[in-house]
Write a protein that binds this ligand. Structure first.
Ligand SMILES: [Zn+2]
Length: 283
């Protein structure tokens, strides 16, 4: 038991820490990005081949428009903060899928899917930006990687940690299938935890602000979501209660508004909050 604990501590010390963009939270990160991306891509490809694309061209164009603006915000943020390399494997894709569930997701690597069932709740372009900001927030915070790492740390002990450090794809794949629920109908969603949900909300507010959407729109959106029986987006997430979620969003709004006012104060990008030059922000 001692050996396992020791190995675990060494593992964390050598390999296992990362920090979340924007919030700066330290997180457990035992699986390589390339492993997570390749798993996600496999899952995405098998899902999207059978998914029924929406025939509503107007709504589809709106998903694409908002998706591109949120993706542009991510790219700008990473460029301004000198972390562009972290997005080198991202290839953004935006899909509107005919599905009555109130749901949306963004897989690691930038594959975004919105279900038509959420459109009555998003209502307009800014409402959609709340959802896509949240989903893209999960992706750039590497929440999938963190969940897989927690599974390794909690349930798999020495062998799995050793394998993860050695990047054995068989072990990582088996962990991935637990975290992702591969092969099931809901396999594209991840069981994010409460802390990750609130963090995705925070990141979403900042991303939508950078993209030029008023983050205050998050409050009425989550209120509409709470009226439909609980503000969960991804099906398997252990979501915070509606009151907690909305209260936390209220606390984070001033931070997001700093970005919004600094960049879009005069109706056009002016400067980054850090004082970076105008040209760094592109959309
Ligand atoms: Zn979420």
């Amino acid at each position: 038991m001692k050996n396992i604990a020791l190995l675990f501590m060494i593992a964390i010390g050598l390999y296992g820490c990362g920090s979340v963009p924007i919030t700066g939270r330290q997180q457990l990160n035992l699986v390589s990005d390339s492993e997570v991306l390749s798993l996600s891509l496999q899952e995405y490809n098998s899902y999207i081949q059978t998914a029924k694309k929406s025939t509503n061209k107007t709504a589809e164009a709106l998903v694409e428009k908002v998706g591109r603006k949120i993706a542009g915000a991510v790219e700008s943020y990473f460029k301004v903060t000198g972390q562009e390399a972290l997005l080198s494997n991202y290839k953004w894709e935006f899909n509107l899928v005919e599905e009555p569930q109130v749901n949306a997701f963004c897989m690691p690597g930038g594959k975004i899917v919105v279900y038509t069932g959420i459109l009555p709740y998003t209502q307009d372009e800014t409402g959609l930006a709340v959802v896509l900001g949240h989903e893209v927030g999960h992706a750039i915070a590497k929440h999938a990687n963190e969940r897989m790492s927690q599974q390794i740390a909690l349930g798999y002990g020495e062998t799995a940690i050793g394998a993860a450090l050695g990047k054995s794809s068989a072990t990582v794949q088996s962990i991935g299938s637990i975290v992702y629920g591969l092969g099931t109908k809901v396999g594209v969603t991840l069981p994010f935890n409460r802390k990750q949900e609130l963090e995705a909300d925070h990141l979403g507010l900042v991303l939508m602000a950078i993209a030029g959407y008023d983050p205050n729109a998050a409050i009425p959106f989550w209120e509409r979501m709470s009226q439909q029986g609980g503000s969960a987006l991804e099906l398997l997430s252990t979501h915070p209660s509606d009151n907690t979620r909305i209260a936390e969003i209220r606390k984070e709004l001033p931070d997001a508004m700093e970005y919004y006012n600094a960049i879009w104060g005069n109706g056009a990008p002016v400067s980054a909050p850090s004082g970076s030059s105008k040209g760094d922000w592109h959309f």
